[in-house]
Design a protein around this ligand. Structure first.
Ligand SMILES: [Zn+2]
Length: 440
């Protein structure tokens, strides 16, 4: 068990030059393995006239073709149960998760025993970084069914914490667990952390006084990295909130916030990060917003070489005050959620940022995207927190949105407090009524 603030100091604080040298040797091994064992990669590298030994520096990765969700779906089940992207026989695979299928047919993500153990060691790293220690009691309140975030609880167990496998318990039952066992940490989604805290209060339980939660881990939505959302949840619980970020295609959590809460350290010993232009696929310099592209460096069951994640964000390589040398990603949203109004790219996370920062509204919201005369428009529904007229609230929201994103919503609908349904799981805040697919 580590004695200090880092789980694996020799990896987490490795000087950048050494970290990049490690990435390069791992990348060569990963490409060798993919080329030798995956029918898909052998064919695609051959078609591009590339051999793994063509990689002499990390930037040579740009020569290789992208893959995306569609590649995964097309390769799935072809030739074998695990499909053409896989690079090991089925008998070496011990675990598969599947994606939610939110962008189509669910895709399956296989792990060898070593992949799985390394995945859990990365989870231990994030828990330790978020100050979990062996004397903590932890409720893992994430879905266990098929979902890659389910097994993350093993990372907490390997760290030595007492783990309660909560899963998606009904709220009353979960509140019973919180009261009876007084756990100190919980992992859930931001919207559910908010809903659960409010439900406690309604039932006469003060999360700050009657419960012992001191650390909340969240993932699956943007809120954990939006300062005002984080502060609201922290105030409700009297706890510190840490944002985690995962992809079913890689790990339950590939990146997580440290105590500085400014971006999420990504496990660069496992993942090579690129940022590319959304339309052209050209590589963008670090620090600029684009689509995040990941290459796995150690995964054996199914290497992911230049996987276009559909996540929009940027990476920061400036030194973090926490002393960790791994870059920090900032994820703004999904490419699929972005919409264009009057030639301006609008990200739902920017709308949330504005709404959660205004005292005139409760923080709950919905976004409706629709078309009029072949033009994309959006409407925002909020709740009046009291104190101002609905008209005043509407114009405040409208002005604040224009100041942040550059365009006004077509309409702001203001409802009384409590009118918007509170989410018990991943919040569905966006209603997209567009039928003209070219506009998406
Ligand atoms: Zn840090």
């Amino acid at each position: 068990m580590p004695a200090g603030k880092y789980w694996k100091p020799e990896i987490e604080t490795l000087p950048r030059a050494e970290l990049e040298a490690l990435q390069l040797s791992s990348l060569r091994d990963e490409l060798d393995h993919a080329y030798a064992n995956s029918p898909y990669y052998r064919r695609s590298f051959d078609a591009a006239g590339l051999k793994p030994e063509d990689v002499r520096s990390l930037s040579d990765i740009v020569k290789f073709p992208f893959i995306d969700k569609k590649t995964q779906r097309d390769a799935q089940g072809v030739g074998s149960f695990l499909g053409e992207l896989a690079a090991v026989p089925e008998e070496e695979v011990v675990f598969v998760s599947t994606s939610s299928g939110s962008t189509g047919v669910p895709t399956m993500s296989p792990f060898t025993k070593k992949d799985f153990d390394e995945f859990q060691d990365v989870e231990s790293r994030w828990f330790w970084q978020a100050s979990m220690r062996p004397n903590d009691r932890y409720v893992h309140a994430l879905n266990f069914s098929l979902y890659v975030g389910g097994p993350d609880v093993i990372g907490a167990q390997n760290l030595g914490a007492l783990c309660i496998w909560g899963g998606t318990l009904p709220s009353e039952r979960l509140i019973f667990v919180l009261k009876a066992y007084q756990p100190t940490c919980i992992w859930t989604s931001p919207s559910y952390a908010w809903y659960l805290g409010e439900t406690c209060v309604k039932n006469g339980v003060d999360p700050r006084k009657d419960l012992s939660i001191k650390k909340i881990f969240v993932a699956g939505e943007m809120g954990g990295s939006i300062g005002a959302t984080r502060k609201a949840i922290e105030d409700l619980w009297g706890a510190e909130l840490f944002d985690f970020y995962g992809l079913s295609d890689i790990f339950g959590a590939c990146a997580a916030q440290c105590e500085v809460h400014d971006g999420l350290h990504i496990a660069e010993d496992h993942i090579l990060v690129e940022t590319v232009d959304l339309d052209t696929g050209e590589v963008i310099e670090p620090g600029k917003r684009g689509e995040l592209v990941y290459t796995t460096l150690r995964k054996k069951a199914r290497p992911m070489i230049r996987f276009r994640t559909g996540d929009i964000g940027w990476i920061d390589y400036t030194p973090c005050p926490c002393g960790r040398t791994h870059g920090r990603i900032h994820v703004d949203g999904r490419k699929d959620d972005m919409f264009i109004v009057s030639a301006v790219n609008v990200y739902p996370s920017d709308i949330e940022y504005v709404i959660r920062g205004l005292t005139e509204v409760t923080g709950e919201y919905k976004i409706r995207i629709y078309e009029r005369d072949f033009t994309c428009k959006f409407e925002v529904t909020v709740e009046n927190a009291g104190g101002k007229s609905d008209d005043e609230v509407a114009s405040r929201v409208s002005d604040a949105l224009r100041a942040r994103i550059g365009v006004k919503p077509a309409k702001v609908v203001v409802l009384p407090d409590g009118s918007i349904e509170r989410s018990t799981h991943k919040a569905k805040r966006i209603v997209d009524e567009r039928t003209h697919t070219a506009a998406k």
